[in-house]
Design a protein around this ligand. Structure first.
Ligand code: NAD
Length: 425
């Protein structure tokens, strides 16, 4: 199929939010979207920057910077993860918040988009420091949070324990427990079964639907996974349990490669002991760059943004890319992949399993009625399968790539919501 990409997107050197805005603008032009929607989608509704002190274990005090951005609440309360990373910027958080608005619309869950972050290296903090940092950050962004206004979840560098501290800090400010203020929290305080592995499971569902669409036998497929965290780890385990051959996996230090298929349990145990997947006895150690260029059927970038760029896109040999991470492919790289006939399932569809099950968790928390894991997984599969079919249908009908199709589906839904709500006053 000859697919088309809008060809005016900004370069990867441009601010991240500009890259998202560019594609929003291109798709608004194509769809003749109402001007008010375009204007609203090209800005974030609220951007809060906080600078706050944290008592360190050595008796000193450090000032940390945090952000919470609401991109849009046109379709419901805003939803989005919180990232702890030393290099995170307000621009990155704005881009990620906008992707959340689009993602919640693609899968049609009743949320808007938000994102938060603290500039820090969580690995360099003790558990007590991490708790004090989290509680102070939560207190400082408290004015935005609420189960009906803005609901955080985990992202890179954060986890269920951090969500529990945010839930507790928010609840103390109210005087009663408010489990629905966060998702991705531990089961003991109202978390959902199936949430922890949901993003990886969603990547697996997308891979299976894409393979079926291309007539590829998933059980015989070879898979390379970049990133060995919540998303990459869960997805790799699921692929292996389906009988696929996961031939490579990496983390920030490098990767492990075995063309016959990795012993995943052994590799993950080795990572737990040594801190990395590199130097695993039953695999060759490779770089992240080498992993991205491996001969394989499916490539799952599930680490951080801007990994497949203009300089290395032509070396990608996979037939399918499932974007587990947010923004792993730059616009220039996207065009090269498209020209080379590689089918890219875009982040706002591929990694939406997390927000889908976050929605299910939020519903369960609000009604204090909980479902078993099979029910949660069934809902996830149903919502994801519908969204995939809708995006594929647009892609085939309009002869555009899957990313453009997903943006088209999302922006149609968002513009309807903006139009019917009108402009206040
Ligand atoms: P995580 O912190 O659990 O894992 C990240 C992994 O990436 C780690 O293995 C880390 O070593 C690796 N990594 C970091 N820098 C790297 C680099 N330069 N090269 C190679 N690997 C590197 O994070 P996560 O929750 O798995 O999130 C991964 C991606 O998925 C992010 O883009 C995140 O925004 C996206 N995402 C996560 C969720 C979720 O539910 N956690 C949902 C949707 C999207």
């Amino acid at each position: 199929m000859n697919l088309r990409r809008p060809n005016s997107s900004k370069s990867s050197g441009e601010p991240a939010f500009d890259n998202v805005r560019k594609l929003i603008n291109d798709v608004c032009d194509r769809l003749n979207i109402e001007e008010v929607c375009r204007l609203k989608m090209c800005e974030c509704e609220r951007e809060l920057t906080v600078h706050f002190p944290v008592k360190m274990d050595d008796g000193g005090v450090k000032i940390f910077t945090g952000f919470r951005v609401r991109h849009s609440d046109a379709r419901g309360p805003s939803k989005g993860g919180i990232r702890y990373h030393p290099d995170v910027t307000l621009d990155e958080v704005k881009a990620l918040a906008a992707l959340m608005t689009l993602k919640t619309a693609v899968v049609n869950v009743p949320f808007g988009g938000a994102k938060g972050a603290v500039v820090c290296n969580p690995k360099a903090l003790s558990l007590r420091e991490l708790e004090r940092l989290t509680r102070r950050y939560a207190a400082d962004i408290n004015i935005l949070l609420g189960p009906k206004s803005d609901i955080p979840a985990p992202d890179v560098g954060t986890n269920p324990q951090i969500m529990a501290w945010i839930m507790d800090t928010y609840s103390i400010s109210k005087g009663y427990a408010v489990p629905a203020v966060v998702t991705g929290k531990p089961i003991e305080i109202g978390g959902s079964k199936g949430r922890f592995g949901a993003t990886g499971r969603g990547c697996g569902i997308n891979a299976s639907l894409t393979a079926k669409h291309l007539g590829m036998n998933l059980k015989e497929a070879t898979i390379a996974v970049q990133g060995c965290g919540n998303v990459g780890g869960a997805a790799a385990k699921l692929f292996a349990s389906e009988g696929c051959r996961v031939i490579a996996m990496s983390d920030s230090q490098g990767g492990a490669y075995n063309p016959k298929g990795l012993d995943l349990e052994g590799l993950l145990a080795h990572k737990r002991e040594s801190g990395s997947v590199i130097s695993f006895k039953d695999a060759e150690t490779i770089t992240n760059a080498e992993l991205l260029g491996l001969q394989c059927d499916i490539l799952l970038p599930a680490a951080i943004e801007r990994q497949i760029v203009e300089a290395n896109a032509a070396s990608v040999k996979a037939r399918i890319i499932i974007e587990g991470a947010n923004g792993p492919t730059t616009p220039e790289a996207d065009r090269i992949l498209c020209d080379n006939g590689i089918l890219v399932v875009p982040d706002i569809l591929a990694n939406s399993g997390g927000v889908i099950v976050s929605y299910l968790e939020w519903v369960q928390s609000l009604q204090s009625f909980f479902w078993d894991e099979a029910e949660v997984n069934d809902y996830l599969e149903k919502i994801m399968t519908n969204a995939f079919a809708e995006v594929l249908e647009i892609s085939q009908h309009e002869r555009v790539d899957m990313r453009t199709a997903a943006y088209m589906l999302a922006l149609r839904r968002i513009s309807c919501a903006i139009s019917v709500r009108g402009i206040y006053p």
